[in-house]
Design a binder for this molecule. Structure first.
Ligand code: SF4
Ligand code: MSK
Length: 624
């Protein structure tokens, strides 16, 4: 047993944590310890610093103040704080989507030669979905018109998001009743901030309904646009194999990592590392080649489309630098710990920021635009290659060999694997070979043993014949545990094992990055439409066992509002309001046909999900 086995189940992480300790490097786990005990008021969500009459806090024991200076009680304060988290999460994903809309428009206007349309057929399909008559217009004009139609989804002009047309009618009726159909992406996020200003919305239910509307603006808006446009511009993912864990770093090569969420920068880096001149330069520096690998969701984007290997997930990002083998890390935005620049100072690793929106101390800023992206990518890769000579070989430690992992399960790829329609999946569910499906998504959080929550839950689900779809950092956990290869069918129940064997797929499908949770929504909507029922009637569930990010709260909200029961492994900051807790864990059922549960123990979380799926099967008249 390693001395770090209580922090992480991953061998590569345990070895690197030891090295970090020996080299005096602080990680997120060390910093968490220094923060403890964390503020109890904030953990319960009853502190407020929205205005300058505060900060205020409500005494959860009922002895101290029960109202903020303005008169807000615990219910209002908890709801406002939670709603602002949802708004921030929606803003993050949706702003990522917006960047792709802007690139698509530049392509359409022929203002960039760096980016092109990779999937013209999908461009045409989505353009038609947006009501664009593509018959007599060029591909470029179609791209321009689609980008501009999507810009209207961000604003106020349409009054309803275009992709709501994908949602079953019954679900739209549910949303109509409580007035949560998203009208515009920026509209809902902006209104969320307005309503939670002092003295605006002071009804906790009304505040949380706007949080739902803001989350739906992300799920069926910003995130869905982000996914569809990434496919159009960079290619719709197809199944294939790659590798995962710190062993994907190569001792004899220049190692370059990309980190963040958007594929816009990393796809260009991908081109630069394959360039002959760059390879020759690497050889002249004594390296045998240039090795590109991914971190977090930028890594997922490249893995899905290009089968670029994944070095790690959220809690592995600091540890990649500790290997001493990384020449450069190029970041875009989201989930990039500010500590990375600091840690890189202790090694030879060069850090680059690429977006005006996300600048960091100890990182060099190289702004990427659609016009200069190629040039900037070559500049960074050249500098990374030159940095190889600064590597201190005595400090290099690559702790393991990589694990093979299957990726690339876009909706299109899943449908193709099923023979062109979802019917075989529906038949397998009806026959009870597959009992249901669960999306296991989200981050790492040092409050939960790293990757333990993900891996144990997934193992339990597949053993119970529940097909698992993974996004975000869960992919790395599942991949490292050997759950994302067809051979993992041996860990599945008999029915799921049979189906996976027949189709040659793993029981745990890598469907992409965090914005690609929209792919799960598309499948859920398509299944419900095919069966003629609402989504909440389906044997589906979602889980975020190790979430940390505001984006994960948003995802949880749109999953729940879509009718999908959602289990969280980390308690959100709502414990200070019994009314909000009651609403979240049961009351929402009466409105959306789904609610949340909080369960840090993955074995117990698995029981919650299997029982829920059994109940849904029974209600549908299917065998349990
Ligand atoms: Fe205090 Fe009210 Fe201001 Fe919040 S909004 S800080 S509760 S006065
Ligand atoms: S990267 S949001 S830590 S999944 Fe999408 Fe991972 Fe969570 Fe970031």
């Amino acid at each position: 047993m390693s001395e770090f086995s209580d922090l992480t189940i991953c061998k590569d992480a345990q070895i690197m944590l030891k090295k970090a300790q020996e080299e005096g490097i602080q990680t997120a786990w060390d910093r968490l310890k220094k923060q403890e005990p964390q503020c109890g008021y904030c953990e319960l969500g009853v502190s407020c610093r929205i205005c300058a009459m505060g900060p205020c806090r409500i005494d959860p024991f009922g002895e101290g103040p029960q109202l903020g200076v303005c008169g807000a009680d615990a219910d209002i304060i908890v709801a406002r704080n939670l709603a602002r988290m949802v708004g921030a999460g929606s803003a993050s994903h949706s702003d990522h989507g917006r960047d792709l809309v802007l690139v698509l428009r530049e392509i359409g206007l022929d203002k960039t030669s760096n980016y092109k349309i990779a999937d013209a057929a999908k461009l045409m399909l989505i353009a038609k979905e947006y009501g664009i008559n593509t018959d007599k217009i060029s591909e470029g004009e179609t791209a321009r018109q689609l980008a501009e139609a999507m810009m209207e989804d961000y604003g106020m002009k349409k009054g309803i998001l275009s992709f709501i047309s994908r949602v079953p009618k019954q679900r739209i009726d549910v949303w109509k009743k409580v007035n949560v159909i998203p009208r515009g992406i920026d509209w809902e996020i902006s209104e969320m901030l307005h309503r939670t200003h002092m003295g605006v919305d002071n009804d906790y239910v009304s505040i949380l309904l706007q949080a739902v509307r803001s989350s739906l603006a992300d799920g069926y808006g910003g995130s869905m646009i982000g996914t569809e446009l990434s496919d159009i511009i960079f290619g719709t993912p197809q199944p294939g194999f790659s590798e995962v864990n710190l062993g994907v770093l190569k001792e004899d090569q220049v190692n370059i990592l990309v980190h963040g969420h958007s594929p816009i920068v990393s796809e260009m880096i991908c081109i630069a590392v394959e360039d002959g001149d760059m390879l020759a330069l690497a050889k002249s520096k004594g390296a045998t080649g240039i090795n590109l690998a991914g971190l977090c969701c930028t890594g997922n984007e490249l893995m899905m489309r290009k089968k670029i290997p994944m070095a790690g997930n959220h809690l592995m990002t600091e540890l990649t630098i500790v290997t001493g083998a990384v020449e450069a890390i190029i970041v875009d935005y989201q989930c990039i710990m500010p500590s990375l620049g600091q840690i890189a100072q202790c090694y030879h690793t060069k850090m680059y920021t690429t977006s005006d929106k996300a600048k960091f101390k100890f990182m060099e800023h190289v702004e990427f635009t659609p016009q200069n992206a190629r040039e900037q990518a070559f500049k960074i890769v050249r500098e990374a290659v030159e940095n190889f000579s600064r590597r201190d070989k005595k400090r290099v430690s690559i702790p393991c060999t990589p694990v093979r992992s299957m990726t690339g399960f876009s909706v299109e790829a899943i449908v193709a694997a099923l023979g062109g329609t979802l019917t075989p999946l529906i038949e397998a569910i009806k026959a009870g070979k597959i009992k249901g499906a669960a999306g296991v998504v989200g981050c790492n959080n040092p409050k939960i043993k790293h990757d333990y929550g993900h891996v144990e839950l997934i193992k339990g689900l597949i053993a119970n014949d529940i097909l698992v779809l993974t996004t975000g950092c869960v992919n790395v956990a599942a991949g490292k545990a050997g759950l994302q290869v067809p051979e993992a069918k041996e860990l599945a129940g008999p029915g799921l094992k049979e189906i996976c064997g027949a189709l040659g797929i793993p029981p745990v499908l890598h469907v992409g990055s965090c914005v690609d949770n929209s792919r799960i929504l598309v499948i859920a909507c398509a299944l419900a439409n095919a069966l003629g029922v609402d989504i909440d009637k389906l044997p589906l569930a979602a889980a975020a066992p190790e979430w940390y990010s505001e984006k994960a709260v948003t995802i949880a909200f749109y999953a729940m509002a879509s009718g999908i029961y959602t289990v969280l492994g980390v308690m959100p900051p709502i414990g200070g309001s019994t009314k909000v807790v009651e609403l979240a864990t049961s009351g929402l059922n009466n409105v959306f046909g789904a609610c949340f549960a909080v369960e840090p123990d993955p074995v117990a979380a698995c029981t919650l999900i299997t029982s829920h799926i059994a109940l849904k099967r029974k209600d549908l008249g299917l065998g349990v």
